[in-house]
Design a protein around this ligand. Structure first.
Ligand SMILES: [Zn+2]
Length: 488
């Protein structure tokens, strides 16, 4: 903090609570004498001077640089901002919570404060880029219009039902949005070829395509291959929601780029992986298919059954206190029935599935599979997937499963950037890249806890002290922004 106060004095910047929307000084900034940890380097580079100009990294030097305000990086580590390639920003009424529209309407200030805090919480935990997997141009535009938020991108989502491909306009767990609005019926088949749907998504500004293989959504391999071909013709990667053995075997056969989920199990299926499951994993490794374990999806369900979850200190960094109070009073109201009525049997089953997911991650990490970091925040109508924190906890799941700190770091930075065709902008600390950076007190290649030592988040070159991003410091909500969200 003192480093930034010194900077503020020289740069004339404002560092109050909402401050951090200030722009970097026009002369740029220099982070001096820092250790750069970047995924393209075999080793960290020590005693580096990094110049930031016009929101980008303009120079890296091992000799002192002058001519701009300096942030002392002595004994600090500079890394690229983290990328979470699986979030959901569009959950009307706009916030990840087990709230019905009526409950949200009963607490308008709280919902507004939560919406204001949501992007800040992602930044607090180090995520400077997020990808909404079932996104829309409008929601992404609203998000990116804020001053202090991670850069959001989105995938257009398409479901293939009875041979018809439909562009999904709302997430499947939206509140109070009827199915016909979420997945509009096909009225004009010529406008619904894979090429036409992908073209529509690209026109909307999507950078990727998401599809689904699930009960009720069982396309043929040929149908998904056609979607993949259409997406690849526009250089857009294809994600598939596929969270069981059969679905993941399907994903490999269809040639998608990323399997978005760990391998849960069918009713009656054992937690232990059978030979068939292991073959599917071997095929995923062989084909280099991207894989998001998303173990925190299951852990979050289990957390809903904990009575002291909302008292966790890290939750207070992610959710405003007023929102925590609403959740505490409301309990699991609004959460799916299977969670509310959870018995010991369900708890044991969830634990078994976490064990299975951990084993899957271990096998893939050992084979150096193409692991990609995505948290699936929020995965359901539950309050146990807080923005930012959910990703941070998923990072712990990876390491607990045996993923090395180096593999995790790559998956959070350059591998996600490459997958999303954003590697010319993001993913490393190199000249020319967007200055979305994190300054840490510890080396993330040594320990995952280093990510808890973030001091400063640089957003397009703007230094933001981490502490002011916490929900504990939530700024007052201005009336004008309170109704700006929601998708319907
Ligand atoms: Zn998801």
């Amino acid at each position: 903090m003192t480093r930034l106060i010194a900077l503020a004095a020289t740069a004339g910047a404002c560092f109050g609570l909402t401050a951090c929307a200030t722009h970097a000084p026009s002369s740029g900034l220099i982070i001096s004498n820092v250790t750069v940890v970047s995924p393209e380097r075999a080793q960290p580079l020590e005693h580096v001077y990094v110049r930031i100009l016009d929101g980008r990294i303009s120079e890296l030097s091992t000799r002192p640089l002058r001519g701009a305000p300096q942030i002392d990086g002595t004994d600090r580590y500079l890394i690229p901002g983290l990328i979470d390639s699986h979030v959901h920003l569009a959950v009307p009424p706009g916030f990840p919570s087990p709230m019905t529209a009526q409950q949200a309407a009963a607490h308008p200030e709280t919902v507004a404060a939560a919406l204001e805090q949501d992007p800040r919480s992602y930044l607090f935990f180090g995520f400077t880029t997020v990808v909404d997997l079932v996104g829309s141009a409008e929601r992404t535009r609203q998000w990116n219009a804020r001053e202090v938020r991670p850069d959001a991108y989105f995938c257009g989502a398409a479901a293939i039902i009875d041979g018809e491909i439909r562009y999904i306009h709302f997430p499947y767990f939206s509140y109070d949005v009827p199915m016909e609005r979420r997945i509009p019926p096909v009225v004009d088949p010529a406008g619904h070829t894979p090429e036409a749907v992908v073209a529509h998504m690209a026109t909307d500004g999507a950078i990727c395509v998401k599809t689904i293989y699930e009960r009720g959504f069982t396309p043929t391999v040929e149908e998904v291959r056609a979607l993949v071909t259409a997406a690849h013709a526009r250089d857009m990667p294809v994600f598939i929601h596929a969270n069981r053995k059969r679905a993941q075997a399907f994903a490999v056969a269809a040639g998608v780029d990323v399997i978005a989920h760990g391998m849960w199990r069918d009713p009656g299926e054992d937690a232990a992986l059978d030979a068939e499951a292991r073959e599917v994993l071997a095929a995923i490794v062989r084909d280099g298919t991207g894989y998001q374990p998303t173990t925190q999806v299951i852990a979050g369900l289990l957390d809903m059954l904990s009575t002291d979850y909302l008292a966790r200190p890290d939750v207070a960094d992610a959710y405003p206190v007023a929102l925590i109070d609403v959740y505490a009073r409301q309990g699991a109201v609004g959460a799916p029935e299977r969670i509310r009525s959870a018995d010991l049997e369900l708890q044991a089953r969830l634990r078994g599935t976490i064990g299975r997911a951990t084993e899957v991650t271990r096998i893939l990490a050992e084979a150096d599979a193409h692991l990609l970091f995505g948290s699936d925040t929020p995965s359901d109508l539950i309050y146990t997937n807080p923005p930012g924190l959910n990703g941070r906890l998923e990072m712990n799941n990876w390491v607990a499963a045996g993923v090395s700190e180096k593999q995790l770091f790559r998956a959070l930075t350059i591998d996600n950037a490459r997958l999303l065709r954003l590697e010319r902008q993001l993913g490393t600390v190199e000249p020319g890249k967007v200055a979305n950076l994190l300054l840490l007190r510890a080396d993330p290649l040594q320990s995952v806890e280093a990510y808890d030592t973030i001091e400063t988040v640089f957003l397009h070159g703007r230094p933001i002290p981490r502490a002011v991003l916490s929900a504990r410091k939530a700024p007052a909500v201005e009336a004008s922004t309170a109704s700006a969200d929601g998708n319907n």
